[in-house]
Design a protein around this ligand. Structure first.
Ligand SMILES: C[S@@+](CC[C@H](N)C(=O)[O-])C[C@H]1O[C@@H](n2cnc3c(N)ncnc32)[C@H](O)[C@@H]1O
Length: 287
């Protein structure tokens, strides 16, 4: 039986099922991934909602990791806007950042009571490998609570339920990824159910956009995208080995290489990234 790491947060009943490390190679990987996703999935935009940012506004990034998205945004914003990054682990927080940026160690499932109706915009990317089926609704209801009426949230997710496989080698790796999620109580198809969960949490104007990026050679972004996905598997190697689906590290490395060889000889394989936008209802009290 897989042992799930238990991490204490503000919520004493919270257990973290998170599958990735918090070390220097992971900092490098997350930074490269964030910049690549902003370019390839968001068309170069850090903010893709209809939000107009004004002086005095407050922006939250949930599960900020290394804080790269917030730091890139701080460089881009012309006005004094307050930027807050939270993450369950402070180990990847940056050491140097501008005075309008704050980093705080919090779980998205239990945000400070004093933050109700505080933020104009929230960004959250890639909690796919972190939140269980029970924790997702809880996290979304906390994000709804801390958003100002009329404020927007943008999210990006993916998961081990692709619409397309290059062949049996990819199927093996993706199936073992899904098994790892099931063992930890994580959600294998969050990208397919998140619209519904956002609506159930009270969000309105919920929209999903899927962005397919290539796994077959000869297309723009192929090399960077492939590096990104392979980097994820390598970062999660220990949790994968703990599932018992690979006899040894050598077998895991070989299976990963075989998947890349399969991609290299396929011509039409894509991986889908899902982007979500949603709004907190306007405050209609007293109207
Ligand atoms: C795959 S990383 C993505 C980091 C960042 N969003 C990015 O795109 O670069 C997932 C992050 O979620 C954080 N995390 C996991 N469980 C969390 C929770 N319950 N609350 C807040 N952050 C959490 C992890 O510590 C990690 O930094």
């Amino acid at each position: 039986m897989l042992e799930v790491e238990a991490k204490k947060t503000g919520d004493p009943s919270f257990h973290s099922a998170y599958i990735l490390p918090a070390n220097e190679p992971e900092r490098e990987r997350l930074n490269q991934q964030s910049r690549f996703m902003t370019k390839a999935v968001f068309g170069g935009k850090l903010i893709s909602t209809q939000t107009n940012i004004s002086p005095g506004d407050e922006i939250l990034e949930s599960a900020t990791g290394t804080g790269i998205w917030l730091l890139d945004l701080a460089r881009e914003l012309p006005t004094p806007v307050s930027l807050t990054g939270i993450d369950i682990s402070s180990r990847l927080f940056p050491t140097n950042y501008p005075s309008n940026v704050i980093f705080s160690s919090q779980s998205v499932t239990s945000l400070p009571e004093s933050w109700s109706n505080k933020f104009n915009l929230i960004n959250q990317r890639l909690l796919t490998g972190a939140l269980t089926k029970e924790q997702w609704p809880n996290a979304l209801s906390e994000l709804y609570r801390v958003l100002k009426p009329g404020g927007w949230i943008q999210l990006m997710e993916t998961g081990p339920t692709p619409k397309m496989y290059s062949g049996p080698k990819m199927r093996r790796m993706v199936d073992s990824w899904a098994s790892l999620y099931r063992l930890r109580g994580l959600v294998t198809d969050i990208q397919d159910i998140l619209e519904q969960l956002l609506s159930e949490a009270g969000f309105v104007e919920v929209k999903k956009q899927t962005v397919p990026l290539p796994l077959s050679p000869g297309r723009e972004d192929y090399e960077e995208h492939k590096k990104n996905i392979v980097g994820f598997f390598l970062a999660a190697k220990q949790p994968f080995l703990m599932t018992g689906q690979f006899e040894s590290e050598t077998e895991f490395d070989e299976a990963l290489k075989e998947m890349q060889d399969e991609w290299n000889s396929s011509s039409q394989c894509w991986w889908e990234w899902a982007v979500f936008h949603a709004k907190k209802k306007e405050n209609t009290e007293g109207m």
